[in-house]
Ligand binder design. Sequence first.
Ligand SMILES: NC(=O)c1ccc[n+]([C@@H]2O[C@H](COP(=O)([O-])OP(=O)(O)OC[C@H]3O[C@@H](n4cnc5c(N)ncnc54)[C@H](O)[C@@H]3O)[C@@H](O)[C@H]2O)c1
Length: 449
Amino acid sequence: MQNYSEDLLILSPLLFLLNCGFHICFSSSKKSVILFKMEKLEKRKSSMVVNVIGMGYIGLPTALMMASHGVNVIGTDYNKDLVHGLQTGGKVFEEHGLSDLFAEAVEKGIQFSDRYQKADIYIVSVPTPYLKKSRKIDPKYVVSACKSVLEICGDGAILVVESTISPGTIDHCVRPLVGERNIHLAHAPERIIPGNMLHELINNSRTIGADDPETAETVKSLYSSFCKGEIVITDIRTAEMSKVVENTFRDINIAFANELTKICHEAGMDVYEVIRIANRHPRVNILNPGPGVGGHCISVDPWFLVGDFPNMTPLIHSARNVNDSMPEYVYKRISEIMEEKGIRDFSRVGLYGLTYKEDVDDTRESPTLQLIDVLRHKTTDHFPVVYDPFIKKDMVQNQVHSLTDFLEKTDFVVIMVGHSEIKNDPESLKGKIILDTRNMISLDGVYKL
Ligand SMILES: NC(=O)c1ccc[n+]([C@@H]2O[C@H](COP(=O)([O-])OP(=O)(O)OC[C@H]3O[C@@H](n4cnc5c(N)ncnc54)[C@H](O)[C@@H]3O)[C@@H](O)[C@H]2O)c1
């Protein structure tokens, strides 16, 4: 491990001022000293040890990306099977380009362990669910990971929480664990989208919240090893809030599109045509409606604000409820179509897609799983056939594992997820009754939301 304090003491305040938009004039001799120091800092960066905690959808690609760009990285997860899989080169989840990146990172020396390691910088990327009753963040994974980091790290280490957390979480849950120790805290939330993670890791702009310019600059220099986007520096609470706000903004706008869908259906109108025309207004950009919102981000993070500010969040709360009502609305649409077509039971009805979005294998908070819950409560007769090309293991009743099998067993197909498999081959659905909740099939007679 290296001691950067001397260089950082000189450089960081300058870089901080530059980041904040100040213009600084240097004499040419001072300029060359600063450039020399910056080069030295760059060189030392390559000997930093980084321990990324949590080898999931976010931690793993981040660790691989850093390692493939020359950072000395150890990826830690307390799931021993997962770590064993990584050590033996097994695939953890489906993501475009991940296998190649994995190979590159292994070649550059990334290591995996179920133990926390001595390091200069720790990046905590563990789950942050919400508590169903209070709607507040459940910080137990973050707290436990930070406790384990603090048991092993030396003085001067930097502890970066990358997980999405509600504003104030570091102050309330992490800072007290640190106490008087010389440990620097930072928050570097992630905004990549599954399905395009690697491109977005490199090109997205990102935010770093820290207590002091030195920590901010060191963390920034680590992320700049691979990130080409702008890296904005702020304080920790602002970084926490801005990340949660981004996902809340998306949730509210999706809810508006979903509410419009219900209105247009009731009024006998085509919502997609309405949105297409309205979006020609230069300052209108209505999002796509859908069967619900899933995943570990948009359907979770707005609750943090509702939980913490219950009397000030009627809009956010209501948007969450609208999006959560969509699987039930899909059930209503299925029932209407079944009645219209004289279909009496679900034995030849098929649900296409189990994941929460297209071309990924993540089923967390998936609208299809929510719809299946609705069906379980409402139907006593046959259960629909379910298929998803990305889900190899049996997750639900009546699940099949090939498109051919699925099509043979169904007359009425409900498209819940727009996987490329079906998007690129709509003809395979010819002759079926289709409810397309993603507005991607343009065959005649297709029902929409
Ligand atoms: N998935 C996304 O699209 C996405 C996007 C942006 C931000 N985020 C945020 O990133 C964070 C991580 O999400 P994710 O989707 O990667 O979660 P994940 O469930 O895929 O991965 C988390 C990993 O952490 C491990 N873990 C949990 N507690 C641990 C501990 N104490 N010590 C060691 N390992 C531990 C788990 O075994 C798991 O492998 C969350 O806060 C999430 O909101 C996720």
